[in-house]
Design a protein around this ligand. Structure first.
Ligand code: SF4
Length: 309
C-alpha cells in the first residue's frame, strides 16, 4: 500500500485481487497527427514508434505480442492476470470493425483481464464510443487520453493538433458511459512554467477523470524536440526540479484520481536527455523520501470545496 498517493497497483489489487501486469501492444494503427489528416509531423516529442517504444513488433499478431509479453513478465512477477495495453500511435483510429477485431483478439487470450486503450480525444466518434461502452460492460477497460497540458498555447507549441475543449468533451463522453479515463500529462514542456503545470492539474481536478500518468518530458532521438534541444531552444528538467514539481502537483491532485505513472520510461538507445531519468529506481526513491520527510500526500493542498468533481 502506497501511503502518499493512490497508486494503480493498489487499484488493480482491489479490482483483481493481486498483481496485474500490463503488456504493451502495437495494434498496427497510425495517427491523424502523422498521416496528414491533421498534420504529418506528429507531436514534437513523439518517437518513430508512436510513443509505443516498449510495445512488441507490429508485424506480430496481437496473440503473439501477448504471448511474448507474458514471457517477459514471468521473469519478474507472477501476476494474477494481464491488461492488454494498446499503446503505440492512436488506438481508436481505424474503422470500428478493425478495432473490434484487435480488441477481441486481445481479450481472447488466456488470463487477459482487461484492456487499456491509448488514444486521442478527437478519435472517439459515436461508433467507437458505442464499441467501448460494450467492451466496458464485459471487461475492465481504461481509455488513456493524451492531454499533456491544458494550456492551448502549449498545445500549439507541441503540435498536439486539438484544443483542450475537445479533451474535456471526450472525458465527459467516456464518463457518461462509465468508462474510466486516464489522462497523460507531460512535465517540462517547452515554455511551460510551474503555474502552467499546476493549472493543468487544477483543470483535470474539475473533470470526471479516473486516473493520471505524470510523465517527465523525454527528448528522444529523431523527434522535432531533439532538433529544438540541439539548438538550445529546449532544456531538459533537472531531477530535483522534477521531484519538487511532482510533489507540488500531487499535493494539488484530487484524492480519488489513481496515479498510473510518476516517472516514465524511455528506451536507453533513443534518449538524448535527461539521462538521469534512466535510473527509475533512484528517481522513485528520491520522490518517496521527499514525500515521507515533508509529509506530503495526494490532495493535501485542496480544501473540501475543490474536492468535489
Ligand atoms: S497523438 Fe500520440 S501517436 Fe499521434 S503524434 Fe501525438 S504522441 Fe504521437
Amino acid at each position: 500500500m502506497e501511503p502518499y498517493y493512490r497508486s494503480n497497483n493498489d487499484d488493480y489489487r482491489a479490482l483483481f485481487g493481486g498483481k496485474v501486469a500490463k503488456i504493451s501492444l502495437d495494434g498496427g494503427f497510425t495517427c491523424p497527427n502523422r498521416d496528414g489528416t491533421i498534420a504529418t509531423g506528429g507531436c514534437i516529442f513523439c518517437s518513430a514508434a508512436g510513443s509505443g517504444d516498449f510495445a512488441a513488433s507490429r508485424s506480430l499478431s496481437i496473440a503473439e505480442q501477448i504471448r511474448q509479453g507474458k514471457a517477459q513478465s514471468a521473469k519478474k512477477w507472477n501476476p494474477v492476470g494481464y491488461i492488454a495495453y494498446f499503446q503505440a500511435f492512436t488506438n481508436t483510429y481505424a474503422p470500428v470493425d478493425v478495432l473490434r477485431k484487435r480488441y477481441e483478439e486481445a481479450l481472447a487470450q488466456e488470463d487477459v483481464v482487461g484492456l487499456s486503450i491509448a488514444t486521442r480525444p478527437d478519435c472517439l466518434g459515436e461508433d467507437v464510443l458505442a464499441l467501448l461502452e460494450e467492451l466496458n460492460q464485459r471487461t475492465a477497460l481504461w481509455v488513456e487520453l493524451g492531454l499533456q497540458s491544458a494550456n492551448d498555447d502549449t498545445a500549439k507549441r507541441i503540435h498536439r493538433g486539438y484544443k483542450t475543449a475537445v479533451f474535456d468533451e471526450a472525458v465527459a463522453a467516456l464518463a457518461k458511459r462509465n468508462i474510466r479515463t486516464v489522462v497523460h500529462v507531460i512535465l517540462g514542456l517547452p515554455g511551460e512554467s510551474k503555474a502552467d503545470m499546476l493549472a493543468t492539474i487544477q483543470h483535470i481536478n474539475r473533470l470526471p477523470v479516473h486516473g493520471i500518468k505524470l510523465q517527465l518530458l523525454h527528448i528522444l532521438k529523431g523527434t522535432a524536440l531533439e532538433t529544438l534541444w540541439k539548438r538550445g531552444e529546449v532544456t531538459a528538467m533537472e531531477q530535483e526540479t522534477y521531484i519538487n514539481m511532482l510533489c507540488l502537483l500531487l499535493a494539488h491532485l484530487r484524492k480519488d484520481i489513481v496515479i498510473h505513472r510518476l516517472t516514465g520510461d524511455a528506451p536507453r538507445d533513443l534518449l538524448c536527455a535527461p539521462l538521469w531519468s534512466l535510473d527509475k529506481k533512484r528517481v522513485r526513491n528520491a520522490l518517496h523520501q521527499k514525500l515521507r520527510n515533508e509529509h506530503i500526500f495526494q490532495g493535501m493542498a485542496l480544501d473540501d470545496a475543490t474536492m468535489s468533481k
